[in-house]
Design a protein around this ligand. Structure first.
Ligand code: PCA
Length: 214
């Protein structure tokens, strides 16, 4: 079972991105039975997709799990859907700020995650770590990479599974944003490892009611 795990470089003036800190360590620690390749993506619209596609072509993973920072969130969020729009509230790391532009002209409005999202939520919660399904990956580079990878896999007829997981700030970041939530790197890593192991089982998703009213 081959798993491509991606994290992002820091953006928005941060010194680190917890997604890459977690991915890097998971790659070093190893998970039994899984061949994990890690990749640090530029926080740049389009460019991140190109870099990921290159590695997918060479490594041929069964599963692609992208991790990204969602500063201010209080739980690990398993994204349900990626939508066909770039709408950047801030510039990316190369100064691009697309507004209301499609990611793929004429492409589908959205792609569902092909990870078993509710199984991943359950697995993370069973570790004692807050997690939930998120119904919006935003309209920045994380939504861009999720849509881009799913669009590439669909276009090539590759049936690898793929999706995105958003993680909170680390405490050392959150001290600069009073009132915002954070999660320790150790906790994030434990949660992500539980998610990775569950995704690797390649079982059907569960569907307990866990929707949001608003
Ligand atoms: N989070 C951003 C992009 C890179 C990252 O780690 C996002 O949520 O779009």
């Amino acid at each position: 079972m081959k798993i491509l795990l991606t994290g992002f470089e820091p953006f928005a003036g941060e010194k680190l991105n917890p997604s890459w800190e977690a991915v890097r360590r998971i790659g070093n620690e190893k998970i039994e039975g899984l061949e994990i390749e890690t990749l640090r993506l530029p926080t740049v619209f389009g460019r991140a997709i190109e870099v990921a596609i290159q590695v997918i072509g060479r490594f041929d993973p069964d599963i692609v799990i992208c991790i990204g920072q969602a500063g201010g969130r209080s739980e690990i969020g398993i994204e349900r859907v990626a939508i066909n729009v770039n709408d950047a509230g801030i510039k990316d790391n190369e100064g691009n700020q697309p507004v209301d532009e499609p990611i793929a002209k004429g492409g589908p409005t959205a792609y569902w995650s092909t990870l078993p999202i509710k199984s991943l939520v359950r697995a993370i919660r069973e570790e004692g770590i807050p997690a939930g399904v998120s119904n919006s990956a935003g309209t920045y580079v994380c939504n861009n990479i999720m849509y881009g990878i799913l669009n590439y896999l669909a276009g090539e007829g590759i049936n690898s599974r793929a999706g995105l997981i958003h993680i909170p700030f680390l405490p050392e970041q959150a001290i600069n944003y009073p009132g915002k939530s954070s999660m320790s790197l150790e906790t994030i890593i434990s949660g992500l490892k539980a998610a990775i192991k569950t995704a690797a089982k390649m079982e059907e998703d569960e569907n307990p009611p866990d929707g949001k009213i608003h």
